[in-house]
Design a protein around this ligand. Structure first.
Ligand code: SF4
Length: 276
Protein backbone atom coordinates (compact mmCIF):
# COMPACT_ATOMS: atom_id res chain seq x y z
CA UNK A 1 0.00 0.00 0.00
CA UNK A 2 1.43 3.37 -1.01
CA UNK A 3 1.60 6.25 1.41
CA UNK A 4 -1.06 8.91 0.89
CA UNK A 5 0.43 12.18 -0.36
CA UNK A 6 -0.76 15.63 -1.34
CA UNK A 7 -1.80 16.62 -4.83
CA UNK A 8 0.73 18.89 -6.50
CA UNK A 9 -0.08 21.60 -9.00
CA UNK A 10 2.61 22.42 -11.52
CA UNK A 11 3.26 21.65 -15.13
CA UNK A 12 3.40 18.61 -17.35
CA UNK A 13 7.02 19.62 -17.93
CA UNK A 14 8.06 19.21 -14.27
CA UNK A 15 9.94 16.04 -13.43
CA UNK A 16 8.22 13.81 -10.85
CA UNK A 17 9.89 10.53 -9.89
CA UNK A 18 9.91 8.08 -7.00
CA UNK A 19 6.91 9.47 -5.10
CA UNK A 20 5.34 6.05 -4.34
CA UNK A 21 8.07 3.39 -4.36
CA UNK A 22 5.66 0.67 -3.15
CA UNK A 23 3.14 1.18 -5.97
CA UNK A 24 2.19 -1.85 -8.10
CA UNK A 25 3.47 -2.28 -11.63
CA UNK A 26 1.20 -0.46 -14.10
CA UNK A 27 1.10 -3.49 -16.42
CA UNK A 28 -0.68 -5.65 -13.80
CA UNK A 29 -2.71 -2.88 -12.21
CA UNK A 30 -6.51 -2.77 -12.03
CA UNK A 31 -7.91 -0.19 -9.65
CA UNK A 32 -10.75 -1.09 -7.35
CA UNK A 33 -14.28 -0.44 -8.47
CA UNK A 34 -14.80 2.82 -6.56
CA UNK A 35 -11.51 4.42 -7.61
CA UNK A 36 -11.15 6.06 -4.21
CA UNK A 37 -7.37 6.54 -4.57
CA UNK A 38 -5.04 7.03 -7.50
CA UNK A 39 -1.53 7.92 -8.62
CA UNK A 40 -1.18 11.45 -9.96
CA UNK A 41 1.71 13.22 -11.70
CA UNK A 42 0.49 16.83 -11.47
CA UNK A 43 -2.24 19.16 -12.63
CA UNK A 44 -2.48 22.44 -14.53
CA UNK A 45 -5.34 24.89 -14.21
CA UNK A 46 -5.22 27.08 -17.27
CA UNK A 47 -4.70 25.11 -20.47
CA UNK A 48 -6.34 26.40 -23.64
CA UNK A 49 -5.02 23.51 -25.58
CA UNK A 50 -6.47 20.25 -24.26
CA UNK A 51 -10.12 20.60 -25.24
CA UNK A 52 -12.57 23.49 -25.68
CA UNK A 53 -12.40 26.59 -23.49
CA UNK A 54 -10.22 26.93 -20.42
CA UNK A 55 -9.19 23.52 -19.03
CA UNK A 56 -7.92 22.07 -15.83
CA UNK A 57 -5.71 19.16 -16.88
CA UNK A 58 -4.97 16.30 -14.52
CA UNK A 59 -1.96 14.18 -15.44
CA UNK A 60 -2.21 10.64 -14.12
CA UNK A 61 0.59 8.15 -13.72
CA UNK A 62 0.75 4.85 -15.56
CA UNK A 63 1.17 4.11 -19.26
CA UNK A 64 1.76 0.83 -21.09
CA UNK A 65 3.21 2.39 -24.22
CA UNK A 66 6.83 3.43 -24.51
CA UNK A 67 6.82 6.07 -27.22
CA UNK A 68 10.37 6.82 -28.31
CA UNK A 69 9.49 10.54 -28.40
CA UNK A 70 7.49 10.64 -25.14
CA UNK A 71 7.70 14.05 -23.50
CA UNK A 72 6.77 12.69 -20.09
CA UNK A 73 8.48 9.36 -19.32
CA UNK A 74 8.02 10.25 -15.64
CA UNK A 75 4.32 9.39 -16.12
CA UNK A 76 4.97 5.79 -17.22
CA UNK A 77 5.14 4.19 -13.78
CA UNK A 78 2.62 4.35 -10.94
CA UNK A 79 5.56 4.41 -8.53
CA UNK A 80 6.60 7.82 -9.82
CA UNK A 81 3.18 9.35 -9.06
CA UNK A 82 1.75 10.74 -5.82
CA UNK A 83 -0.91 8.52 -4.23
CA UNK A 84 -3.89 10.75 -3.45
CA UNK A 85 -7.56 10.33 -2.49
CA UNK A 86 -10.01 11.07 -5.30
CA UNK A 87 -11.86 13.36 -2.88
CA UNK A 88 -8.76 15.55 -2.61
CA UNK A 89 -8.68 15.94 -6.39
CA UNK A 90 -12.42 16.64 -6.50
CA UNK A 91 -12.27 19.26 -3.73
CA UNK A 92 -9.41 21.01 -5.52
CA UNK A 93 -11.30 20.90 -8.82
CA UNK A 94 -14.28 22.48 -7.07
CA UNK A 95 -12.17 25.57 -6.33
CA UNK A 96 -11.58 26.12 -10.04
CA UNK A 97 -14.96 25.01 -11.35
CA UNK A 98 -16.64 28.46 -11.42
CA UNK A 99 -13.78 29.94 -13.49
CA UNK A 100 -13.70 26.94 -15.83
CA UNK A 101 -17.47 27.08 -16.34
CA UNK A 102 -17.45 30.81 -17.02
CA UNK A 103 -14.82 30.31 -19.74
CA UNK A 104 -16.71 27.44 -21.42
CA UNK A 105 -14.09 24.96 -20.31
CA UNK A 106 -13.81 21.92 -18.16
CA UNK A 107 -11.61 19.06 -17.07
CA UNK A 108 -9.27 16.97 -19.21
CA UNK A 109 -7.64 13.90 -17.69
CA UNK A 110 -4.38 13.01 -19.41
CA UNK A 111 -1.23 11.19 -18.46
CA UNK A 112 0.34 8.82 -18.82
CA UNK A 113 -2.75 6.93 -19.85
CA UNK A 114 -5.94 7.64 -17.91
CA UNK A 115 -7.42 4.20 -18.61
CA UNK A 116 -4.70 2.49 -16.54
CA UNK A 117 -6.62 3.88 -13.54
CA UNK A 118 -10.07 3.52 -15.04
CA UNK A 119 -12.19 3.71 -11.86
CA UNK A 120 -10.25 6.65 -10.41
CA UNK A 121 -10.60 8.50 -13.72
CA UNK A 122 -14.32 7.73 -13.92
CA UNK A 123 -14.93 8.92 -10.38
CA UNK A 124 -13.27 12.27 -11.02
CA UNK A 125 -15.02 12.72 -14.37
CA UNK A 126 -18.37 12.01 -12.73
CA UNK A 127 -17.68 14.65 -10.09
CA UNK A 128 -16.68 17.13 -12.81
CA UNK A 129 -19.97 16.49 -14.61
CA UNK A 130 -21.88 17.11 -11.38
CA UNK A 131 -20.08 20.49 -11.23
CA UNK A 132 -21.38 21.28 -14.72
CA UNK A 133 -17.97 20.95 -16.36
CA UNK A 134 -17.24 19.65 -19.85
CA UNK A 135 -15.18 16.45 -19.56
CA UNK A 136 -12.46 14.92 -21.73
CA UNK A 137 -9.65 12.39 -21.60
CA UNK A 138 -6.51 12.26 -23.66
CA UNK A 139 -5.72 8.64 -24.49
CA UNK A 140 -3.77 6.46 -26.88
CA UNK A 141 -6.79 4.15 -27.03
CA UNK A 142 -4.56 1.16 -26.38
CA UNK A 143 -6.68 0.18 -23.35
CA UNK A 144 -9.95 1.09 -25.06
CA UNK A 145 -11.36 -2.39 -24.48
CA UNK A 146 -11.43 -1.56 -20.77
CA UNK A 147 -13.77 1.39 -21.30
CA UNK A 148 -17.30 0.19 -20.57
CA UNK A 149 -20.42 2.24 -21.31
CA UNK A 150 -20.48 3.51 -17.74
CA UNK A 151 -17.02 5.00 -18.27
CA UNK A 152 -17.78 6.42 -21.69
CA UNK A 153 -20.96 8.07 -20.41
CA UNK A 154 -18.72 10.32 -18.28
CA UNK A 155 -16.98 11.73 -21.34
CA UNK A 156 -18.05 14.64 -23.52
CA UNK A 157 -14.93 14.42 -25.70
CA UNK A 158 -12.06 12.03 -26.37
CA UNK A 159 -8.66 13.37 -27.43
CA UNK A 160 -7.45 10.27 -29.23
CA UNK A 161 -3.74 10.00 -30.03
CA UNK A 162 -3.31 7.92 -33.17
CA UNK A 163 0.43 7.65 -33.16
CA UNK A 164 0.74 6.03 -36.59
CA UNK A 165 -1.42 4.44 -39.27
CA UNK A 166 1.03 1.77 -40.29
CA UNK A 167 1.15 -1.13 -37.77
CA UNK A 168 4.93 -1.58 -38.16
CA UNK A 169 5.61 2.11 -37.59
CA UNK A 170 3.24 2.11 -34.62
CA UNK A 171 5.15 -0.78 -33.06
CA UNK A 172 8.45 0.94 -33.69
CA UNK A 173 7.22 4.22 -32.21
CA UNK A 174 5.35 2.85 -29.18
CA UNK A 175 6.44 -0.76 -28.56
CA UNK A 176 2.76 -1.83 -28.81
CA UNK A 177 0.13 -2.86 -31.36
CA UNK A 178 -2.01 -0.41 -33.34
CA UNK A 179 -5.17 -2.58 -33.55
CA UNK A 180 -6.66 -1.73 -30.10
CA UNK A 181 -6.54 2.00 -30.91
CA UNK A 182 -8.32 1.53 -34.23
CA UNK A 183 -10.91 -0.68 -32.55
CA UNK A 184 -11.55 2.01 -29.93
CA UNK A 185 -11.81 4.72 -32.60
CA UNK A 186 -14.39 2.65 -34.49
CA UNK A 187 -16.42 2.14 -31.34
CA UNK A 188 -16.42 5.87 -30.58
CA UNK A 189 -17.47 6.55 -34.17
CA UNK A 190 -20.34 4.05 -33.95
CA UNK A 191 -21.67 5.75 -30.83
CA UNK A 192 -21.13 9.28 -32.22
CA UNK A 193 -18.84 10.32 -29.34
CA UNK A 194 -17.02 13.57 -30.18
CA UNK A 195 -13.31 12.98 -30.86
CA UNK A 196 -10.30 15.15 -31.63
CA UNK A 197 -7.60 13.01 -33.21
CA UNK A 198 -4.03 13.92 -32.33
CA UNK A 199 -1.02 12.89 -34.35
CA UNK A 200 2.56 13.62 -33.28
CA UNK A 201 4.72 14.38 -36.27
CA UNK A 202 8.22 13.02 -35.64
CA UNK A 203 10.66 13.47 -38.53
CA UNK A 204 12.19 10.18 -39.61
CA UNK A 205 9.71 8.15 -37.53
CA UNK A 206 6.05 9.01 -38.21
CA UNK A 207 6.35 11.37 -41.18
CA UNK A 208 6.28 8.86 -44.02
CA UNK A 209 3.50 9.91 -46.46
CA UNK A 210 2.05 6.38 -46.51
CA UNK A 211 1.90 6.32 -42.71
CA UNK A 212 0.06 9.67 -42.58
CA UNK A 213 -2.23 8.61 -45.42
CA UNK A 214 -3.39 5.54 -43.52
CA UNK A 215 -4.52 7.64 -40.55
CA UNK A 216 -6.14 10.24 -42.81
CA UNK A 217 -8.17 7.66 -44.75
CA UNK A 218 -9.19 5.86 -41.58
CA UNK A 219 -10.38 9.02 -39.85
CA UNK A 220 -11.91 10.95 -42.76
CA UNK A 221 -15.25 9.04 -42.90
CA UNK A 222 -15.80 9.39 -39.12
CA UNK A 223 -18.40 12.11 -38.62
CA UNK A 224 -17.71 12.22 -34.88
CA UNK A 225 -14.11 13.38 -35.44
CA UNK A 226 -14.27 17.14 -35.13
CA UNK A 227 -10.58 17.87 -35.63
CA UNK A 228 -7.28 16.29 -36.49
CA UNK A 229 -4.48 18.06 -34.64
CA UNK A 230 -0.96 17.68 -35.98
CA UNK A 231 1.44 18.11 -33.07
CA UNK A 232 5.03 18.85 -34.00
CA UNK A 233 7.64 16.83 -32.10
CA UNK A 234 9.75 18.92 -29.70
CA UNK A 235 12.60 18.33 -27.31
CA UNK A 236 11.05 19.76 -24.13
CA UNK A 237 10.99 16.32 -22.52
CA UNK A 238 14.59 15.39 -23.36
CA UNK A 239 15.89 16.36 -19.94
CA UNK A 240 13.55 13.85 -18.30
CA UNK A 241 15.02 10.93 -20.24
CA UNK A 242 18.47 12.01 -19.15
CA UNK A 243 17.49 12.55 -15.52
CA UNK A 244 15.85 9.11 -15.42
CA UNK A 245 18.86 7.39 -17.01
CA UNK A 246 16.84 6.22 -20.03
CA UNK A 247 18.19 5.73 -23.51
CA UNK A 248 16.60 8.47 -25.62
CA UNK A 249 16.43 7.44 -29.29
CA UNK A 250 15.18 10.85 -30.44
CA UNK A 251 18.07 12.84 -28.93
CA UNK A 252 19.14 14.01 -32.38
CA UNK A 253 15.72 14.34 -33.96
CA UNK A 254 14.88 17.88 -35.03
CA UNK A 255 11.46 19.49 -34.83
CA UNK A 256 9.55 19.16 -38.12
CA UNK A 257 10.09 21.98 -40.60
CA UNK A 258 7.19 24.28 -41.56
CA UNK A 259 7.18 22.60 -44.99
CA UNK A 260 6.81 19.15 -43.49
CA UNK A 261 3.98 20.28 -41.21
CA UNK A 262 2.27 21.87 -44.21
CA UNK A 263 2.59 18.69 -46.27
CA UNK A 264 1.07 16.57 -43.51
CA UNK A 265 -1.79 19.01 -42.90
CA UNK A 266 -2.51 19.01 -46.61
CA UNK A 267 -2.58 15.22 -46.63
CA UNK A 268 -5.22 15.19 -43.89
CA UNK A 269 -7.25 17.93 -45.59
CA UNK A 270 -7.06 16.25 -49.01
CA UNK A 271 -8.52 13.09 -47.42
CA UNK A 272 -11.45 15.16 -46.10
CA UNK A 273 -10.37 15.81 -42.49
CA UNK A 274 -10.60 19.15 -40.70
CA UNK A 275 -6.99 19.51 -39.64
CA UNK A 276 -4.94 22.12 -37.85
S1 SF4 B 1 1.23 7.20 -24.75
FE1 SF4 B 1 1.81 9.27 -24.08
S2 SF4 B 1 2.58 9.01 -21.99
FE2 SF4 B 1 2.53 6.98 -22.92
S3 SF4 B 1 4.59 6.69 -23.75
FE3 SF4 B 1 3.34 7.51 -25.41
S4 SF4 B 1 3.61 9.73 -25.35
FE4 SF4 B 1 4.33 8.88 -23.36
Amino acid sequence: MSQVGTLESGSRHDLHVGMSPDAPDEADFRDEEEGAFGYVHSYETSSRYDGPGLRAVLFLSGCLLRCSYCHNPDTWHLKDGTYVPAEQVITRLGHFAPALRSLDGGLTISGGEPMVQLAFTRRILAAAQRMGLHTAIETSGFLGDRADDRFLSRLDLVLLDIKSGDPETYRKATGRELAPTLRFAERLAAMGKPVWVRFTLVPGLTDDPANVEKIARFVAPMRNVEWVEVQPFHQLGAFKWKAMGLEYKEANTAAPSPDLIKRVLEQFRAAGCRAH
